[in-house]
Design a binder for this molecule. Structure first.
Ligand code: GUN
Length: 298
């Protein structure tokens, strides 16, 4: 796509792919529920009124409606609720046989131990794939709930037929939500996998030397337009996970989403690249639906 005179990159259109997969899920839900079986049901817990979290959870609820899932949002606007209260809400969802999967939107207020909350989720309902049991299974290449953003990235690479076997994949960022799990998936023995993976982070020396060797770069460090044209080689495949809100007076909201990649420069050298917005973001939401459907069918 977008083959102008100077560029010949393929746009990895996550929005279009997400719409396609949502249609597939909707068709499957229709079939599964035709005999009177209840709908798949995703629940979400949100504490507080963080703008980003409200937006993300809103997207998730809307996506459920689009594919015929039931969704329940437990929104506690009072950030002073106790950890004990929240743990009890998690317990209720664990025990609710009409809830297939649920998420606790992060970040949580500072007085709560997010790890403790995540570990209280039943791994079989942990459609975010954050529980250590699911992280461990993913690491071993066993069937698990893979967290939504890494799963979305693998779906983009799969559906756009990007070869990963034997390629040098450089992951920038080592977060538990994206960098770490995607680095593991890319090295696993799977259709999207079998890559030689280098994980870079804030203490990495000579980052540019490493990124210049990359066949595939997954940028997930959360610094707007960090990866510039001089840091990549010709023909590189770029997956941009960044979603920073950058002030922009010309935008209706007063801000604009910016990726970790300087698109205008890097796209001139890339063979394929995800945009921001419309790349990894929509695929993350769809991956949560895929995990919920998997929980429903289990
Ligand atoms: N906060 C940022 N990303 C995520 C996500 O994928 N899931 C949850 N639960 N919280 C998040």
């Amino acid at each position: 796509m977008s083959n102008s005179a100077e560029t010949s990159y393929k746009l990895l259109d996550g929005k279009k792919l997400a719409d396609e997969i949502k249609s597939e899920i909707a068709a499957e839900v229709k079939e599964l529920t035709a005999g009177g079986r209840r709908q798949p049901h995703l629940a979400a817990i949100l504490v507080g009124n963080d703008g980003g979290s409200l937006t993300y959870v809103g997207h998730k609820v809307k996506a459920c409606e689009q594919v015929g899932f039931k969704s329940t949002l437990l929104h506690f606007t009072d950030t002073s609720i106790t950890e004990e209260f929240l743990l009890n809400e998690v317990k209720k969802l664990n025990e609710d046989s009409e809830v297939d999967g649920f998420i606790v939107q992060l970040p949580l207020p500072k007085h709560m131990d997010a790890d403790k909350v995540i570990m209280s989720i039943d791994p079989d309902k942990d459609v975010d794939g954050f529980h250590p049991v699911n992280v461990g299974k993913t690491t071993l290449g066993l069937s698990s709930f893979v967290s939504a953003t890494p799963l979305g990235i693998t779906k983009i690479l799969e559906r756009y037929n990007i070869e990963t076997s034997g390629k040098h994949c450089v992951v920038i960022g080592r977060s538990n939500i994206v960098g770490r799990p995607i680095s593991i998936l890319m090295s696993n023995n799977a259709r999207v996998g079998n890559a030689t993976v280098t994980v870079c982070h804030s203490k990495t020396k000579n980052l540019k030397e490493i990124t210049l060797q990359a066949d595939i770069i997954i940028a997930a460090l959360g610094k707007p337009e960090f990866l510039t044209g001089d840091m990549v080689k010709e023909g590189v495949v770029i997956v941009d996970v960044g979603t920073s809100r950058v002030d922009d007076a010309t935008a209706k909201a007063g801000w604009r989403l910016k990726g970790d990649v300087k698109f205008a420069e890097v796209s001139l050298k890339a063979s394929a690249i995800t945009p921001v917005p419309g790349g990894v973001g929509p695929m993350t939401v769809v991956s949560l639906l895929l995990n919920t459907l998997k929980a429903y069918k289990a």
